[in-house]
Design a protein around this ligand. Structure first.
Ligand SMILES: N[C@@H](CCC(=O)N[C@@H](CS)C(=O)NCC(=O)O)C(=O)O
Length: 218
């Protein structure tokens, strides 16, 4: 297997987290042809997005599909529970992040420069993000310590990189605690920062993100 993309992408990070948990050596590498918009890469993945996973000459796209492929092909240390309802629940949390939480970063990305910030758009963005996070919180397990209950799962793998990048972006807009009033998310976030399974990854991911942002600033 070869994983194309860079760790700073929360979607690539999901594949890395899954592989690492299962003890598989899978490090992201630059997309063929020099980037995700190169003709060579677009021939493999015309969506031009990272991650892509190469397996025996075939290519997969979409992070959660890749996570589930790694799960199915390497069943040791599962990231999906056995129970069908619990499995659906883990997938639900991941789906809420992708469909409702992650898109709310758009208004913040578009207004990073305080000099020409659209405050109306930012305020609407804060409300929409708060609503999406409350919806996510609603479906999280009440006991924890992981998002879907006692076991680390695909839900944590989907949530953690996406919420790390969201948290980093909104910190530029005066939001110091993304999870105020959201006790399940707050406890989960704290747990992720202290559990050896995720704490090391968080430091590594944030370093990759800072390096990426610095490279964009030039
Ligand atoms: N739904 C996709 C999203 C992947 C995605 O948007 N990746 C970003 C990097 S974080 C990307 O490649 N963006 C380039 C583009 O959209 O042109 C997934 O889960 O893999």
């Amino acid at each position: 297997m070869k994983l194309y993309g860079s760790l700073a992408s929360p979607y690539v990070a999901r594949a890395v987290l899954t592989a690492r948990y299962k003890g598989i050596d899978l490090k992201p590498e630059p997309a063929p042809g020099g980037g995700i918009k190169s003709a060579e890469f677009l021939a493999l993945n015309p969506m031009g997005k990272m991650p892509a996973l190469e397996v025996d000459g075939k290519y997969l796209a979409e992070s959660m599909v890749i996570v589930e492929y790694i799960e199915d092909s390497h069943p040791q240390k599962p990231v999906l529970p056995q129970d069908p309802l619990q499995r659906a629940h883990a997938r639900l949390l991941a789906r809420i992040v992708d469909l409702y939480v992650a898109p709310q970063s758009g208004p913040f990305f578009r207004n990073m420069n305080p000099a020409n910030r659209n405050e109306t758009e930012v305020e609407a963005g804060k409300k929409a993000l708060g609503k999406a996070l409350a919806d996510l919180e609603h479906f999280m397990d009440a006991q924890g310590p992981w998002a879907n209950g006692a076991a680390y799962s695909l839900a944590d793998i989907a949530m953690l990189p996406s919420l790390l990048i969201t948290n980093s972006i909104v910190s530029h807009f005066g939001i110091t605690d993304l999870f105020t009033g959201l006790p399940k998310l707050g406890a989960w976030w704290k747990h992720c920062h202290s559990d050896p399974l995720t704490a090391g990854f968080i430091a590594e991911y944030l370093a990759a993100l800072q390096a990426f942002l610095a490279s964009r600033r030039g």
